[in-house]
Design a binder for this molecule. Structure first.
Ligand code: SF4
Length: 491
């Protein structure tokens, strides 16, 4: 499908919008409007004249050929934003008419709807934010209410951050096997076994080196997150050394949360849990994704639901109070009754928090490469799964404390972190809101430097793959000096 872009710069937004309705379609953009259109196509244009601009959209797909236009005052200081939104609304309405379905998040395609909701709320109050979501962005009432509820809890967490705050992210990019929906840089243990020990040793060195920099910059540590990949692919001894390296070199007195993503239940044992717990990590994430064994097999996770339950019980026995479990709605072959059964069983375990993701299929995932893109017919099912989650979890004493969206999500839905009172995952909120600086260590980690009170982020990229991380380690340490330069300039 071709999207013609004439006299405007909103091609990115228009492409994202079309993709909401045609997730598996190959879309190209072209400048100008030729005489002979390449079909199927979408035409978008802006024609400026004195004092006004005409926003025009036309959709020619199969037998459908309709157009829509509106006028915007081009003297308006916010003209570009208003015109872009007006174009999105015109196009959205045509696409709804063509496909016979609307999107739960309307014309909103951004990943951080809660950040936008908060800005609107701070400007003109919560009711204004709700009205703006529903009337201007065409977000459904259901998602508007969810946004308002999430923002209320998120706000309390954001208030904990100070100008000198930062969080630390540590990457362990290894997994036992690759899940079929995964697009991360994570490498399977089988292929990279030899790299784990040298990688691990250099990671500890990077942590020590970086600790000195953050100390010199007088930064205050709020949270630590060891993620991946699957950090529990490391041995108990490696986990102990890693956590000790962090504890000894960083000032943990201000640290409010220390998470280790245990991820795959088949990598968890008593010794590893003990190493994590006695090292001082207080939050652990055990991620079943589903408790349906046949779905687990389809998505390439080589563990059973029984292993998840055992790993969970072992974590409780070890002493963990904050155990998070991740689930995914919309997995291939999963059904509403099976998802309901998974969530009900998870709730019986009484975890402190439950993060419910919606399946998002990036281009590089095995499912996409095998030609199984986002299932448009599965979208309704994923929506029903999320509806059940909201009803079940609010009724079981959980609240939504963070929410974000991704591109290519089943049904264009969302990911929501639900927690029991006192068990919000604060790192998740800080990183998604881009509240303060995130210092990243390890392969694929990105350091994001934030000027307090500002909006811009300066990024420092670590090498992506373990072999590059190992061979380019010295260069990468040099890059870390940019953290010092950044804060020197601020002082
Ligand atoms: S556990 Fe996570 S990072 Fe590892 S392969 Fe599966 S989805 Fe990817």
């Amino acid at each position: 499908m071709t999207i013609y872009i004439d006299q405007h710069s909103y091609h990115y937004e228009m492409e994202n919008l079309v993709r909401l309705f045609f997730p598996n379609e190959k879309i190209v953009t072209a400048s100008g409007i030729p005489e002979n259109l390449s079909l199927p196509c979408v035409i978008t244009s802006v024609s400026n004249s004195e004092g006004k601009a005409v926003i025009f959209t036309r959709v020619c797909i199969n037998d459908f050929d309709k157009q829509s236009s509106t006028e915007v005052n081009n003297d308006d200081p916010d003209f570009e934003k208003t015109a872009e939104r007006a174009m999105a609304v015109c196009l959205y309405e045509l696409l709804c008419e063509l496909t016979g379905k609307c999107q739960p998040w309307g014309i909103l395609t951004g990943v951080r709807p809660i950040k936008l909701f908060r800005r609107l709320s701070e400007k003109n109050g919560e009711q204004y934010a709700k009205d703006y979501f529903e009337k201007e962005l065409l977000v459904s009432k259901e998602k508007t209410e969810l946004s308002a509820m999430t923002e209320k809890y998120e706000r309390k967490i954001l208030a904990l951050s100070r100008p000198e705050s930062y969080s630390l992210y540590v990457s362990i990019p290894f997994c036992p096997t690759r899940c079929s929906y995964c697009s991360f840089v994570s490498q399977t243990v089988e292929k990279t076994k030899k790299l784990i020990q040298p990688y691990f040793e250099l990671l500890c060195k990077e942590l020590v080196y970086t600790a000195k920099i953050v100390k010199d910059c007088h930064l205050r540590l709020e949270s630590v997150y060891i993620g991946g990949g699957t950090p529990t692919t490391l041995s108990a001894e490696q986990l102990k050394v890693l956590i000790d390296t962090i504890r000894i070199n960083y000032d943990m007195s201000s640290c409010r949360e220390f998470t280790v993503e245990a991820g795959r239940p088949d990598t968890i044992d008593e010794e590893k849990l003990q190493a994590i717990y006695s090292g001082g990590a207080d939050r652990i994430s055990i991620n079943p994704q589903t408790l349906n064994d046949s779905v687990l097999e389809v998505i390439g996770r080589k563990h059973t639901s029984e292993q998840t339950i055992k790993a969970y019980e072992l974590a409780v026995k070890t002493g963990f109070k904050h155990i998070n479990t991740d689930l995914i709605a919309g997995l291939p072959t999963d059904t509403l009754p099976s998802f309901v059964s998974t969530l009900d069983r998870i709730c019986r375990l009484n975890p402190a928090s439950i993060t419910v993701h919606t399946l998002a299929l990036k281009r590089s995932s095995r499912l996409t490469l095998q030609g199984q893109g986002v299932q448009t017919d599965g979208a309704g099912c994923a929506a029903d799964m999320l509806r059940y989650c909201e009803q079940k979890l609010t009724g079981s004493g959980y609240h939504p404390y963070y929410l974000y969206r991704q591109t290519r999500m089943e049904g264009n839905l969302e990911n929501v972190g639900w927690s029991a009172e006192g068990f919000d995952g604060i790192y998740n909120v800080f990183v998604m809101d881009e509240t303060h600086t995130i210092i990243g260590c390890g392969a694929g980690a990105v350091t994001k430097l934030k000027v307090p009170g500002g909006e811009e982020l300066s990024r420092i990229f670590n090498y992506k793959y373990p072999y590059e991380y190992i061979s380019g380690f010295d260069e990468m340490l040099k890059r870390k000096e940019q953290v010092r330069e950044f804060y020197d300039k601020l002082s």
